[in-house]
Design a protein around this ligand. Structure first.
Ligand SMILES: NC(=O)c1ccc[n+]([C@@H]2O[C@H](COP(=O)([O-])OP(=O)(O)OC[C@H]3O[C@@H](n4cnc5c(N)ncnc54)[C@H](O)[C@@H]3O)[C@@H](O)[C@H]2O)c1
Length: 320
């Protein structure tokens, strides 16, 4: 099985690449080492994978449609897992054009490339829980309306879902969109709350808590997310969308307290106002993914934080 993974140097992508290689697959990573966070972190993410002969890197921008087409023509992959994107809600408010350019036009470049040969590859792509917008009637189901995104990022992710469906309708491409709910774990994106708060608490610095600590996120451990992606690739045959969450939202205050407890250090809180574009809660209904993919998240939140902190310590050299 040969898979192209766009965004394969990133957090979710590199963990997926390791799993595909462990399963005996061949993997081509496409990534441009976008400077959103340091290249060195992404190179470290990929170091073990690239040491294996069944893995190689194509350093290119997903918006470069000619290179995408050339690569797909030469590789003829069984599957394309398209994860590359400008991620992050808050920066999208400052630069919506860039988000639309990379996320929407980049996705179209890969949908086009995917339909250049038959048999068509399976096309699995990253969407996001943010498409659900501001909701007070959880849990969120795939059949719920998603027409009120509250950030440019969320709007681009919904646009990708619409485009993927269109390519399925017009060209028969098998497409599966995965709405990830706040993935966390080793190689965590450094801008995400769990990574930032771990660094701050470890250094004894104040933790900026946006709102009163009652906002909730359906944190999902990276191995569970990767397992869901692999299952989605195996079963991708028509046009589907699945939530990949844990269906057990954790309040922000509890998340901070858990990190502090696992690190064995206090968490000095700096109270901040809620941020525009943020949603008060995310909460996945995972019954569809469970029924159709056999998806079952296994890692409880505290255990996931314990594993994350162990990884954090092993990479920073800091100990308790
Ligand atoms: N991490 C989460 O909790 C989460 C939640 C919902 C959705 N997602 C989605 O999952 C996907 C992966 O997210 P992640 O957290 O691993 O992010 P990440 O930033 O760690 O990984 C994304 C990768 O894409 C690459 N990239 C960015 N722009 C590119 C371009 N123009 N050309 C080629 N490569 C490019 C980056 O260099 C990076 O390695 C994204 O589509 C993101 O929107 C993530």
């Amino acid at each position: 099985m040969t898979t192209i993974v766009t965004g394969g140097a990133g957090f979710i992508g590199s963990n997926l690449v390791d799993r595909l290689l462990a399963d005996g697959g061949e993997v081509i990573v496409v990534d441009n080492f976008d400077p959103f966070y340091p290249r060195a972190e992404k190179e470290a993410n990929l170091a073990d994978a690239l040491a294996q002969p069944r893995c190689r890197l194509e350093e290119l921008d997903i918006r470069d449609s000619e290179s995408a087409a050339r690569l797909v023509d030469s590789v003829r992959p069984d599957a394309i897992v398209h994860l590359a994107a400008c991620a992050g809600v808050r920066p999208s408010i400052a630069d919506p054009r860039r988000y639309a350019d990379v996320n929407v036009l980049g996705t179209i470049a890969w949908l086009e490339a995917a339909t250049r040969f038959t048999p068509l590859p399976r096309f699995v792509y990253a969407s996001s829980s943010s498409v659900y917008g501001v909701r007070d009637d959880p849990p969120f189901r795939e059949s719920d309306p998603v027409d009120h995104p509250v950030s440019p990022y969320a709007a681009t992710k919904h646009s990708c879902e619409l485009m993927a469906y269109t390519y399925h309708h017009l060209r028969g491409l098998p497409v599966t969109g995965l709405r990830f709910f706040t993935a966390y774990g080793p190689r965590n994106r450094p801008d995400l709350a769990i990574a930032r708060f771990t660094r701050l608490i470890d250094r004894g610095e104040p933790v900026p808590m946006f709102g009163d600590g009652s906002t909730r996120r359906d944190y999902t451990y990276i191995d569970d997310i990767v397992d869901g992606v692999v299952r989605a690739v195996e079963r991708c045959s028509s046009a589907s969308i699945y939530n990949l969450g844990r269906s057990d939202p954790i309040p922000l205050g509890e998340m901070i307290a858990t990190i502090a407890e696992v690190l064995g250090r206090p968490a000095p809180i700096q109270q901040m106002p809620e941020q525009p574009g943020d949603v008060r809660q995310t909460f996945a209904d995972i019954s569809l993914a469970s029924r159709e993919l056999g998806y079952r998240p296994r890692v409880p939140f505290r255990e996931g934080i314990r594993r994350y902190v162990a990884w954090y310590r092993s990479t920073t050299g800091r100990s308790d």
